[in-house]
Design a protein around this ligand. Structure first.
Ligand code: FBP
Length: 704
């Protein structure tokens, strides 16, 4: 760089105005950092106690009794204010404590507020209390990577998204060695309590850590986090204890804002189908909320597809001697037909465009994919059980993995007996595109979850949709409806009589339809000519009128898509006011549970679905919620994931509005614009629409 140029740049950077607009802080950030979320009533009091509420019952799994004997007897704890505590109480409340906190799993907006509230409550109880943050997730506990959180650091992250303050990681503390190292770290740091902020698997881990460290007097408290919204808890009587994990509202609102922008764009140039894959590994809660927020034209809900029954196949099996197993469950082929149906119906009314929302985990409910996942998981688990190295480390390339699977099948065939991978599997597997084969053979994450965010779900489904649309374009179905007025205008402008051509060109010309559909037999300019000649509108040696050709060309739809993935962006979004408030009160709940001596509990807020004045902070015992599930080919004691309940009012509403939101009728679509996430104003809902509907659906007036 020349001396003159360097001087110019230095002068430019020194200008106050340049500095002002290039610093990383800005008024929005400052507003967020200085915001104080309101506290639940109970936290307005200086001291709190917990009291077990025997009204809430759980049906405890025998395996939980065996593996977590000290934790299964835990009861639901209510947090209550105490106005005139005695000396013993205040001394215990204010005694110096060291509390460790860790983020586990994917980021979720609001996590920093859990830390901020824990920090505020701990320092208010005793300024010498220390909050230690374990760095990079559970690895930080295993390897003793810890940082003491200062007020400055905490203040810098208040009400901000992500998990940047202490980072996160997906390691699971799932072996005796890792458990021993973690216990050692907590003892070395002289921890009074460890707080695990995570999803179902991390809260499972919290219960095991609580059991492991009970003898050391180290308490462990979990916090329900995950944008997927699949940590929801009810008691044995179905009473909602935790309606939603934190981070869900923000992620859903963030996705919805982006997707509603696509609706606006789509509604403007009428050119593309926008295919929006949204995060949510196994559960479709995020897709459901996006549907409610945006009214996108089509939204797939995995749990709904899983329940699909092919009525024709079922009937056929009833009239024959065969059992109707084949009728149950959704196949890729049928799913592509369902999507095509919506596309074709919209095209018929001139809308060769739209917005389709696909939950990233939807393939998990597709019959043939389920079979592949189960078979491949078993093969890989078996390999890992009998070999010293790990399957994915041994076979790095897709081809090597496939060779192993095929070789195994050959060997098993030679041996005779049951073969887990037969030649039919091989044929089906060869039929799927290589990128998807690779996806199916991707290594599971530390918790044994299939990594759907790495699979191009949308590409798999839309590939089949495109193929089927090509077939439909050749036959009757996929035609772009032509507006009657437009047709009349164009033909009259060219001096051609629309009334004579109409019945020849269109199948619905005489029934007053607003949109005209080209006759099924007209599939090319040649067949167009044949139809017009046959009707004696032109002779063999005259040309087809230009306006008629133009109308025909317009009626042939081009299927153009744009694909989008909404996941990491929403996970990193700044939290909604709901999530700021929710997480701050979760942090306060955590501290109350710790001072009361609780362990193996998950901090939660009951009545989240209701007005803030009715929020009730509680501790939910984790162990009694656990049950046995398959993980990496073995049965493991885990916290159950909550999937979308097809009987819930929220799902019922989406189902009821499906047709309306598809808008396969002339006129405007029914899109909803939720607008951006912000703290104040009337544009932002105070809680997820899913929760509002589920709450309204409980009331007597609706149940009637
Ligand atoms: P958590 O369950 O840990 O909160 O993570 C959920 C999630 O955001 C899923 O929606 C997504 O499939 C997955 O994380 C992506 O994981 P990764 O960050 O490892 O790519």
């Amino acid at each position: 760089m020349t001396e003159g140029r360097a001087k110019f740049i230095n002068g430019l950077l020194a200008k106050a105005g340049v500095r002002e607009v290039t610093v990383s802080s800005n008024p929005i950030l400052d507003e967020r950092r200085s915001y104080h979320p309101p506290r639940c009533d109970v936290f307005k009091s200086r001291y709190t106690i917990t009291s077990p509420d025997p009204d809430f019952r759980f049906s405890v799994d025998h395996e939980a009794e065996r593996q977590l004997p000290d934790m299964v007897k835990n009861k639901l704890l209510r947090i209550e204010a105490i106005d005139s505590p005695d000396k013993n109480f205040t001394e215990n409340y204010s005694r110096k404590r060291t509390i460790g906190i860790v983020f586990s799993g994917g980021p979720a907006p609001g996590g920093h507020n859990v830390i901020a509230a824990l920090f505020d409550a701990a320092k208010a109880a005793n300024p010498d209390n220390r909050i230690l943050g374990f760095m990079m997730g559970p690895d930080g506990i295993i390897d003793n990577q810890v940082t003491e959180l200062t007020r400055k650091r905490v203040n810098a992250y208040r009400n901000l998204g992500g998990f940047g303050m202490i980072k996160t990681g997906r390691t699971k503390i799932d072996t005796p060695e890792k458990m021993a190292l973690s216990r050692d770290t907590c003892k070395k740091l002289d921890l009074d309590a460890l707080v695990v902020v995570g999803g179902d698997d991390s809260n499972t881990n919290a219960a095991f850590l609580a059991q492991e460290m009970a003898a050391d007097g180290i308490q462990v408290i979990g916090v329900p986090k995950t944008i997927d919204g699949d940590v929801q808890v009810r008691d044995a009587n179905g009473r909602v204890l935790c309606a939603m994990s934190f981070g869900f509202h923000t992620a859903a609102r963030s996705f919805s804002q982006q997707i509603s922008n696509l609706c606006t764009d789509c509604n403007s140039d009428m050119k593309y189908w926008h295919i929006c894959k949204v995060m949510g590994r196994s559960a479709s809660h995020l897709a459901l909320e996006v549907a409610l927020q945006t009214h996108a034209n089509m939204t797939l809900i995995g749990e709904d597809l899983a329940e699909y029954v092919d009525a024709d196949k079922l009937m056929a099996s009833e009239t024959s001697d065969r059992t109707g197993f084949g009728a149950y469950g959704m196949t890729l082929r049928h799913l592509s037909r369902v999507i095509c149906d919506g596309i074709v119906r919209r095209a018929a009314v001139g809308k060769n465009c739209g917005v389709l929302v696909i939950p990233e985990g939807v393939l998990e409910v597709i019959k043939e994919i389920q079979v592949f996942i189960i078979k491949l998981t078993t093969i890989i688990a078996e390999y890992n059980k009998t070999h010293d190295d790990d399957f994915h480390q041994r076979f790095l390339r897709l081809e090597d993995k496939l060779d192993y699977v095929r070789d195994l099948a050959r060997r098993l065939r030679q041996k005779g007996g049951v073969n887990i991978w037969n030649s039919h599997d091989d044929e089906l597997f060869n039929d799927i595109p290589p990128f998807f084969q690779e996806g199916l053979l991707t290594e599971r994450d530390a918790h044994g979850n299939f990594q759907f965010s790495l699979v191009e779900t949308d590409k798999v489904i839309m590939g089949m949709v495109k193929d089927h649309l090509d077939v439909l374009r050749e036959t009757v179905a996929y035609k772009l409806g032509i507006e009657r007025n437009f047709y009349t205008y164009l033909l009259e402008r060219d001096g051609v009589d629309p009334g004579s051509y109409g019945p020849v060109l269109f199948s619905n010309y005489t029934d007053n339809s607003h949109y005209l559909l080209i006759r099924p037999e007209i599939i090319s300019k040649k067949t167009l000519r044949q139809a017009i000649e046959k009707a004696k509108l032109i002779s063999v040696d005259s040309d087809i009128p230009g306006a008629v050709i133009r109308i025909y060309e317009k009626s042939v739809p081009k299927f153009k898509t744009q694909t989008h993935f909404y996941g990491y962006d929403g996970r990193g979004s700044s939290p909604t006011e709901f999530d700021c408030r929710y997480t701050y009160n979760l942090g306060l709940t955590v501290f109350s549970l710790i001072v009361s001596g609780a362990t193996g509990q998950m901090a939660a807020i009951m009545n989240l679905e209701k007005d803030f004045s009715r929020w009730v902070p509680i501790g939910i015992p984790i162990a009694p919620l656990m049950h046995l599930e398959e993980r990496k080919g073995k049965l493991a004691l885990v916290l159950e994931k909550s999937l979308v309940d097809l009987h819930s009012p929220a799902f019922r509403v989406v189902e009821a509005y499906r047709e309306k939101w598809l808008s396969a009728v002339p006129g405007d679509d029914d899109y909803r614009l939720p607008g951006p996430i912000r703290f104040a104003g009337v544009s932002e809902e105070t809680r997820p629409i899913t929760l509002v509907l589920n709450d309204l659906g409980q009331s007597d007036e609706v149940d009637g």
